[in-house]
Design a protein around this ligand. Structure first.
Ligand SMILES: Cc1ncc(COP(=O)(O)O)c(C=O)c1O
Length: 374
């Protein structure tokens, strides 16, 4: 298994903890442990009493019960808790795939969603989201790309980095198509519950099809990335058991304090997502105005869900632009080149309370550099 650098993560590693303003974060504004404990009487005492031995490998039963409530047809024993969504992706790909399998991946995408399959020796084909189509996925194109050897289809909606939310009919058709043909569907749903209109929320793939696998995490919609706690939910017993067995070689079990805090947070998840959506909505209003005023410099497809978008830079080269911006103004944007996307885009994140100040900095920087194409 040969894994190349994870470009996006390496880029973040250079700047994330030193830059003044992160304007490209994909996780929502976080919370302190104290704020979480204040959500429930007795929670602080409960944390102090919480046992620090090894935890159950599949996740504490009460936590899996709480996670299963996110879904409509999932039992606690159909939830496998992992260290972040990242471990779940790694375990899933290794559980599901053999060298030579054909995999179709919603592209562009978070790198591990195709890279792990590639490193196993699979043939990975891009199912491409195009800006000209508002980042929509085309099901007819998918049908043309499918092969008898296709083992897996990977989809991520709401999407990183474009914010694309699939129409419900298309999503249901996708799940049906994979199910009917006996192909696995891996549905990365880490931004679910961040739909600007709750009516747009898609059902989870694991609720629609007995073989599909849904990915969830505490990091994104709930803003609790530091817990490093994610999961898969699936009725697919064979995949579940294989993933659970592989986990003995990665992390064995979760961190006990993280399990406690994740359970607490999930009992109040409506409150967490409501606060995060309030930040997002406020920031989106500022961005609407920004992109109106700056139509000569940028073009964007306004998302319908999630904390990120993927605007296009109309003047200059995006890698240079992001570099000059972070150096001169202390504002971090993520160039689309970290996704190997050639279109001169960057990822913009708008789920942080500091976004208005970061946007002002960007505005001032653009004023200072107008006409330079930087
Ligand atoms: C689409 C997607 N899937 C999975 C992950 C991994 O999540 P985590 O860092 O919480 O493990 C990310 C993180 O950015 C993501 O954007």
């Amino acid at each position: 298994m040969q894994l190349p650098d994870f470009k996006l993560e390496r880029y973040f590693a250079r700047y994330e903890f030193t830059v003044e303003y992160l304007l490209c974060s994909s996780d929502c504004e976080s919370w302190s442990i104290g704020e979480l404990l204040a959500l429930e009487p007795g929670a602080e005492e409960g944390l102090k009493q919480h046992w620090l031995g090894y935890t159950e490998s599949a996740g504490a039963p009460w936590l899996r019960q709480e996670i299963s409530r996110i879904y409509t047809g999932i039992q606690p024993e159909q939830v496998l808790v992992c260290s972040g969504a990242e471990e779940a992706i790694f375990l899933f790909m290794h559980a599901a795939l053999q060298p030579g399998d054909h995999v179709l991946v919603h592209w562009l995408c978070y790198q591990s969603l195709f890279e792990v399959a590639h490193s196993i020796g699979c043939e990975v084909t891009r199912w491409e989201a195009r800006r000209e189509n508002g980042w929509a996925l085309d099901l007819d194109e998918l049908r043309r790309l499918l092969r008898p050897s296709t083992r897996l289809i990977v989809v991520n909606t709401p999407h990183n980095p474009t914010g694309y939310l699939m129409p419900a009919d298309d999503y249901r058709a996708l799940v049906r198509l994979a199910g009917e043909r006996g192909q696995l569907l891996f549905s990365d749903e880490v931004y679910r519950e961040l739909e600007y209109d709750p009516a747009d929320r898609l059902p989870s793939a694991c609720d629609l099809d007995p073989s599909a696998v849904s990915l969830g995490v505490m990091s994104k919609a709930y803003g609790l990335a530091g817990l490093r706690l994610g999961w898969v939910a699936t009725q697919n017993k064979a995949i579940y058991e294989r993933m659970a067995a592989l986990k003995d070689y990665t992390t064995i079990c979760s961190s006990a304090p993280s399990e406690y805090l994740a359970g607490l947070a999930l009992r109040h998840r409506q409150q967490l997502t409501a606060r995060n959506l309030e930040i997002i909505r406020g920031n989106l209003a500022l961005l609407d105005d920004f992109f109106d005023r700056r139509a000569d410099r940028f073009e964007w497809v306004r998302p319908r869900a999630g904390p990120i978008a993927f605007p296009r830079l109309l003047q200059g080269e995006v890698g240079q632009f992001c570099h000059d911006l972070v150096t001169a103004a202390g504002v971090l944007l993520l160039p689309g080149t970290t996704y190997d996307h050639p279109g001169n885009h960057f990822r913009l994140g708008f789920s942080r309370r500091s976004m208005p100040q970061a946007l002002t900095r960007l505005d001032e920087y653009l004023d200072r550099n107008s006409g330079k194409g930087t």
